[in-house]
Design a protein around this ligand. Structure first.
Ligand SMILES: [Zn+2]
Length: 500
């Protein structure tokens, strides 16, 4: 079992290196450095966005820290733009070097989404190696692949860039490197926290919204080079657009900014209010949001209302700001509160959201209900629970029977949403009902701290609830997350119990 407490003890005598942590608010920096010092890989990206060519690329240097717990002969990078569903999109790597030495004919596999980087000598655990390369990513145009998270919109000129550069493959202690084919269900992203330093050159008239914080810019003629620092971050995502209007609010030192396309200003303003209040509620319950910035950005997605990245939330403007914000304000607020909740579950505490989708999406959905309860009151929270969470699951039970929540997304269950979001959220409600508020929130607070900037497994989350309550929750956990024997009567009994 991994424990942040022993890591803290072990590093107590060493001088922690705070370089690269400038995206973290000064008051949390020591704590974040202490929890991660010497453990995080670093990305240094020096890239140019070429509007005419439809590409972004340049040089990348990864200082990889071997935290896999075993000696390594090779390291794996994921090249997600090569996923088949991106059509004309793609990513090519050239001039690959390891500690300065060229790598001849590096091996690509899994539909060219995996690049094997051979090491000239065995890399011991906790050892460091420098991987340098040049790359060009061709961004697909009007693509709906992976919810539109890598796309340039030909009508609006908006660039949505996630999973756009070569990124270290996710690694799990038991399963090893995660090199599975990108699934068309969900986004393929799964990675460890790292520190980012990014230099981006692009036409000066374009606005850029990114993970992390801007730390400087130099304009030369018609182009500008902007510099960013992010991390500990699981990714460096950005959106580029020419005509955003931005409004900001400060919450406990965090600048929350909402970016809107013309006409979407009212929706973006209410998203800002909701995000600010969610940040307050979650920081009080699950530990402070440690970064100086949180950005919400109006970005047209495909089949998703929102997608969260480190310090950056994509919100599907056309459906949210264009309709839902006015027509169904509670449902709209629930979506925004959910996406902000991912800053705790998925971003801060990492998990393999393709293998254990339920523990990220179910917990985040339940967390948004906690926001509703605190800010909008019990009646609204009960309605959202009944209509937005239990309702779809109840319907799915009636139509298809029950399904297991803790199953990999690629196993392609029918109608997965009501299971991962609905049934799983009900499972967390059932745990709260069993152990009571004090133990439930104490467990999540401890879980958030112990697994911050790490990868948690379902058993870690179960252990957090058991440790905080002193109860054996194995049977309850199995019933909601690992079995397929829940009935409509079980759901109704739980809702009745929760309302009492
Ligand atoms: Zn989600």
């Amino acid at each position: 079992m991994r424990s942040v407490h022993s890591a803290r003890l072990a590093s107590a005598g060493a001088e922690p290196d705070a370089a690269g942590y400038d995206a973290v608010l000064p008051e949390w920096r020591d704590e974040v450095v202490a929890a991660t010092a010497g453990r995080l890989s670093r990305y240094d990206l020096d890239v140019r966005l070429d509007v005419a060519a439809g590409t972004i690329g340049g040089r990348e240097r990864i200082t990889f820290v071997n935290q896999t717990g075993r000696s390594l002969r090779e390291v794996y990078l994921r090249l997600f733009p090569n996923a088949g569903y991106y059509g004309t999109g793609g990513l090519t790597v050239t001039d690959l070097r390891v500690d300065g030495e060229p790598v001849e004919a590096p091996e690509l596999s899994v539909s060219e989404t995996v690049l094997q980087v051979p090491l000239s000598e065995m890399l011991p655990t906790k050892g460091t190696v420098e991987i340098a390369l040049a790359f060009t990513t061709t961004v697909p145009v009007d693509s709906t692949g992976s919810y539109g998270i890598l796309n340039v919109d030909s009508a609006t000129g908006t660039w949505i860039l996630s999973d756009w550069y070569p990124i270290l493959a996710g690694h799990e202690p038991d399963a090893g490197w995660r090199l599975d084919p990108p699934t068309t269900f969900g986004d393929p992203t799964f990675g460890d926290a790292a520190l980012y330093q990014v230099s981006l050159t692009l036409p000066a008239e374009l606005q850029v919204v990114t993970s992390g914080s801007g730390v400087g810019e130099v304009t030369e003629g018609g182009t500008v080079t902007r510099r960013y620092i992010a991390g500990p971050a699981r990714d460096f995502a950005l959106v580029v657009d020419a005509d955003y209007a931005a409004i900001s609010q400060e919450v406990d030192g965090v600048t929350v900014t909402s970016y809107a396309n013309p006409g979407a200003e009212a929706g973006a303003a209410s998203a800002l209010e909701i995000a600010a209040s969610a940040l307050k509620v979650y920081s009080a319950q699950f530990g402070a949001y440690p970064f100086a910035e949180l950005d919400l950005v109006d970005a047209a997605l495909a089949g998703a209302l929102g997608v969260a990245w480190t310090g950056l939330v994509f919100l599907d403007g056309p459906s949210l700001y264009g309709g839902m914000a006015a027509e169904n304000p509670d449902g709209f607020a629930f979506v925004v509160a959910h996406e902000v909740g991912h800053q705790w579950w998925g971003v801060n505490v990492g998990a393999n959201s393709n293998d254990h989708t339920f523990m990220v999406e179910g917990l985040t959905t339940y967390t948004a209900l906690v926001w509703a309860e605190e800010v909008r009151g019990g009646e609204t929270a009960d309605q959202l629970l009944a209509r937005g969470v239990a309702g779809p699951y109840r319907q799915s039970l009636e139509e298809l029977g029950d399904q297991v929540a803790d199953l990999p997304i690629r196993d392609g269950q029918e109608n997965r949403g009501p299971i991962f979001y609905g049934k799983a959220a009900l499972g967390f409600l059932a745990i709260r009902e069993r152990i009571g508020d004090a133990a439930f929130f104490a467990a999540l607070d401890t879980y958030a701290r112990d697994y911050a900037y790490r990868i948690a497994e379902p058993v870690d989350l179960l252990a957090a609830f058991e440790d905080a309550s002193g109860e054996d929750l194995e049977t309850l956990w199995h019933f909601w997350f690992e079995a397929a024997e829940t009935t409509v009567e079980d759901v109704d009994a739980l809702l009745e119990q929760a309302a009492a």
